[in-house]
Design a protein around this ligand. Structure first.
Ligand SMILES: C[S@@+](CC[C@H](N)C(=O)[O-])C[C@H]1O[C@@H](n2cnc3c(N)ncnc32)[C@H](O)[C@@H]1O
Length: 213
């Protein structure tokens, strides 16, 4: 087991985080113990960040004390791994749909470094009173206006770094995904430096992870 980033471990072609709540699974992932530590398998087909890591992400944005604003947190599959890593930080999870949010609220009860926010991420002014001192914004929202949502939140919370998981087909179903990716990069470059851009196939088809600062 090799620690490839702070709190992220690799063995063979699988990655793991250390389970913050030993004995508990979040999405039926594999658990296993080694040297008295319980690891949780991080599935790249269920989590785009895991896909980005396995596709060669060079610098990992999350440290032990990182404060994260997560837009489109759903039931918390990916956020639960962030919670394993940022043990002294906080993850504010924004989700607009009630059903996944219900599961995420339950998860937050056992993972005290996560906080649920039922809100529309295109209206950051509706949650800016709750969210403080963000280091990193992670967004995974399959909507036509996903880039606009990301830009609004980056500006509102003055985040140093952000990562957007772009779904080409949600932006324009008729345009080839690579053209959509170029268009999004051009838009982001007006405001940020693009540190890394990683296509997520085969883990997530027609998606690209764009990491900016
Ligand atoms: C692909 S899923 C997220 C999966 C999750 N990021 C994970 O890896 O565990 C996208 C989520 O974004 C949510 N969403 C869509 N539009 C949104 C908006 N405007 N504000 C907040 N959440 C939104 C959807 O309800 C859905 O749960």
């Amino acid at each position: 087991m090799k620690e490839i980033f702070n709190g992220v471990f690799k063995e063979g072609n699988r990655i793991y985080t250390i389970n913050k709540v030993p004995g508990k699974r979040v999405y039926n992932e594999k658990l296993f113990k080694k040297g008295g530590v319980e690891y949780r398998s991080w599935n790249p087909y269920r989590s785009k960040m895991a896909g980005a890591i396995l596709k060669g992400l060079k610098k990992f944005p999350i440290k032990r004390d990182t404060k994260i604003l997560y837009l489109g947190v759903a039931s918390g599959t990916t956020a639960s791994h962030f919670s394993d890593i940022a043990t002294d930080g906080i993850i504010y999870g924004v989700e607009v749909a009630f059903k996944p949010m219900k599961n995420f609220v339950k998860l937050c009860q056992e993972r005290k470094n996560m906080l649920p926010i039922l809100a529309d991420a295109s209206k950051p002014e509706s949650y800016d009173a709750i969210v403080e001192d963000i280091d990193f914004i992670y967004q995974d929202i399959a909507q036509k206006n996903q880039v606009e949502i990301f830009l609004k939140n980056m500006e509102k919370f003055d985040a140093k770094e952000g990562m957007i998981m772009v779904k080409a087909r949600s932006i324009d179903i008729s345009m080839p995904p690579n053209k959509v990716f170029d268009m999004v990069k051009r838009e982001l470059k007006k405001y940020f430096e693009i540190k890394e851009a990683i296509k997520l196939a085969p883990y997530a088809k027609d998606h690209i992870a764009i990491y900016v600062s």
